[in-house]
Design a protein around this ligand. Structure first.
Ligand code: CA
Length: 230
């Protein structure tokens, strides 16, 4: 059975074009024309990926995204943001979106991102069960759950992926570009701000004092690494 993609978008013309192209690639599609319906379908139909517009009637995309994450659902969410609205991108990632694409988007790029995000999710689901620990943190790699001193942390899929990657090689410094490629599975054409937002968000959830982190450290001018001294 094909993977199920939920399209939450209030412009019927965009819904139609997304639907057509996704179905052509073998995906099943579900559509919602407002935020409330989108949230309902996200909960009831358990999609494999959600394409989520920001400006929606009833509930906006950020609210929908936040509600889905508050449910504890790790489904990949790709936000459709207005062009050049930098604040939308950041806010989207902060409410738990995995990725975003700006409107007007190229269908080819959108399809590539859908594919990359679903593939990533499958790789994770098939990964061997393992638990990794360091400095009071532990990762349950099969359950996608991270714990700090035994207490579960509320991480999104990408936050978890990022933490897992960094934790797997303590002391190794990863450039933003390398993190983009490994965590997001494709090239962001130099838009590495996403990495900084994700690291900031991860630190807020992870660190006792996010302002002076002890787990995820910055190597100025190079990138980020997981401390090998925790
Ligand atoms: Ca809209």
């Amino acid at each position: 059975m094909g993977k199920k993609v939920l399209i939450v978008e209030d412009e019927q013309a965009i819904v139609d074009i997304l639907k057509f192209n996704l179905q052509n690639e073998g995906y099943e599609t579900l559509e919602a024309l407002d935020g409330e319906e989108g949230l309902r379908l996200a909960r009831e139909a358990d999609p494999d990926l959600i394409l989520l517009d920001v400006m929606l009637p009833k509930m906006n995309g950020f609210e929908v995204c936040g509600a889905i994450r508050a449910d504890g659902r790790a489904v990949p969410i790709l936000m459709l943001t207005a062009r050049e609205e930098e604040s939308d991108k950041v806010l989207g990632l902060e409410t738990g979106a995995d990725d975003y694409i700006t409107k007007p988007f190229s269908l080819r790029e959108l399809m590539a991102r859908v594919k990359a995000n679903i593939r990533r999710r499958n790789l994770d689901a098939n990964a061997n069960s393992a638990t990794r620990t360091a400095g009071g943190l532990s990762l349950d790699e099969a359950g996608f759950v991270a714990f700090k001193h035994g207490k579960a942390l509320d991480l999104s899929q990408k936050e978890f992926d990022l933490l897992r990657l960094l934790m797997a090689s303590p002391g190794k410094v990863f450039s933003r570009e390398a993190l983009m490629e490994k965590v997001w599975s494709y090239d962001y054409y130099g838009d590495t701000r996403t990495v900084d937002v994700m690291v900031r968000r991860l630190r807020e959830k992870l660190e006792d004092d996010p302002g002076s982190p002890t787990y995820i450290l910055t190597r100025r001018g190079v990138g980020y690494y997981f401390s090998d001294e925790v």
